[in-house]
Design a protein around this ligand. Structure first.
Ligand code: SDX
Length: 430
């Protein structure tokens, strides 16, 4: 039986169809609202608005549930790897051995940038933020693949293009780091797997290969895996918006990098570390900072806390917090910032301000502690997030590209500016 919602406007009742997703989420389909009623809806920050139907990731914010293609994040974190999860997210299934082999081979075959890309890196100042480099170099990389220019031309090569982007985002990130340190580029080694190769390109030296300690490779691989997708977050919604105009995959991902950069989104992991360092430097035990974070006029927020969807503990934060303890113990690292972070969490979770607003640690609260222990500089933290999120962006792009009914994203607005007025010559202006 068709289900619908009734809307009464100016005495007239309108019926709007409702839909229900596979996990029982319900929506009112307002596609015909403006034609039927002359009204649009207004929803600041889209907190109540669905932009699409998607089959990739499911989050239940109240229960703290996160599943990639139906599989709980806890199981994937314990049993899977970033590349296996990337295949799950992009292709819709966990790969069998042959599929994993082919996917890994595609990543290896496409790991090198065109040699001319070096000249672009050299033109950036050493102080350039790696997120600026990442976004521009993803677009620059696409210039070497003419078949990429349109969605239609790339459709038949999609798996190769997806593997190329996923592989090269890692190479671009590592080269951006090397450039910022005035170090020679370290090229990928075909015998290394994805995350090990990234660490090699980041930290090996011409005269000495980086020691690939299993606990470090596994910890970074886990961070990538935990960031792989997350429904219609700000950057993924940006990727879908750009994809909806029929722009190509690399252009859509480059836009996603820009959206992710902001400190309220992926930039929060860098902001958390800077916040913890500020607290540590000031000798505050965290209590002063918590007071400031509650004061709207302070301009401060407890970074790494709160979430638009999770009104419970972010399941990724739980996993990363445990990994923090494990990795730092194995590396024999005692980081005072971890103690500060744990104290902040303990204090905030007992404070009515945070309890009333259902503010809990999110994925960014502890991730930086692990990255810092690995030796990744704070300005690279959001780049690590972008590498991890690339499978999700690619999968969302694919959904838009394959949806023949997909319309270009073009929200409406309510105009509140000046009503009709006319041009005034400069001599008559006040
Ligand atoms: C990510 O969407 C995703 O899925 C994102 C992400 C992903 O995987 O893609 O999960 C990754 O971006 C995680 C979030 C990282 N950002 C931060 O940690 C920055 C700090 N957090 C906040 O700025 C905030 O919580 C957001 C941005 C995460 C969510 O913003 P909302 O949903 O718009 O909530 P809001 O700003 O309207 O806050 C509601 C209330 C406000 O107080 P009142 O006006 O009701 O009195 O909660 C307060 C806010 O002032 N609040 C905070 C706070 N977060 C919200 N107060 C202090 N510290 C905070 N961190």
């Amino acid at each position: 039986m068709d289900k619908y919602a009734e809307l009464k406007i100016d005495g007239k009742v309108y019926r709007l169809p409702t839909i229900e997703g596979s996990e029982g989420e319900r929506a009112i389909d307002i596609s015909s609202l403006r034609n039927e009623t002359g009204y649009i809806t207004l929803d600041d920050g889209y907190g109540n608005t669905g932009s699409c139907k998607s089959s990739i990731t499911f989050i239940d914010g109240e229960k703290g549930i996160l599943r990639y293609r139906g599989i709980p994040i806890e199981e994937l974190a314990e049993k899977s790897s970033f590349i296996e999860v990337a295949h799950l997210i992009i292709m819709g299934k966990l790969p069998n051995s042959a599929e994993l082999r082919r996917f890994s081979d595609l990543l290896t075959e496409n790991e090198l940038l065109h040699e001319n890309m070096k000249y672009h890196f050299e033109s950036f100042p050493a102080t350039a933020h790696p997120m600026a480099i990442l976004s521009s170099m993803i677009n620059a990389a696409s210039c070497f693949y003419p078949e990429l220019v349109t969605q239609d031309s790339m459709r038949e090569h999609f798996e190769v293009e997806a593997a190329r982007l996923l592989s090269q985002v890692r190479t671009i990130a590592a080269f951006a780091y090397r450039q910022s340190r005035g170090l020679p580029f370290m090229y990928p080694k075909p015998e290394y797997k994805y995350t090990a190769n990234f660490l090699h390109m980041m930290f090996s030296l011409p005269y000495q290969d980086y020691e690939l300690r299993p606990e470090i490779v596994k910890a970074l691989d886990l961070i990538f895996l935990l960031h792989a997708d997350h429904e219609q977050n700000c950057s993924t919604a940006t990727v879908r918006t750009v994809a909806s105009s029929k722009a190509n995959l690399f252009a859509s991902a480059a836009a996603g990098v820009c959206a992710l950069w902001g400190p309220l989104h992926g930039g929060a992991n860098q902001a958390v570390l800077e916040m913890l360092e500020e607290i540590h430097r000031s000798g505050d035990d965290g209590s002063k900072f918590i007071q400031a974070a509650k004061d709207k006029n302070s301009g401060k927020r407890l970074m790494g806390f709160g979430h638009r969807v999770y009104k419970n503990y972010d399941p990724r934060a739980k996993i990363i917090k445990k990994a923090c303890d494990d990795v730092l113990a194995k590396l024999h690292v005692k980081d005072p910032l971890l103690d500060i972070a744990k104290r902040l969490e303990e204090t905030a979770l007992q404070d009515p301000y945070f309890i009333e607003r259902k503010l809990y640690p999110n994925v960014d609260f502890y991730s930086g502690i692990i990255m810092r222990a690995i030796g990744i500089p704070v300005e690279m933290f959001t780049v690590i997030f972008a590498i991890g999120r690339m499978p999700g962006w690619i999968a969302n792009f694919k959904e838009v590209m394959e949806d023949r009914t997909a319309r270009i994203y073009r929200p409406r607005q309510i105009y509140v500016g000046p009503t009709l007025n006319h041009y005034v010559p400069i001599k008559d202006r006040k």
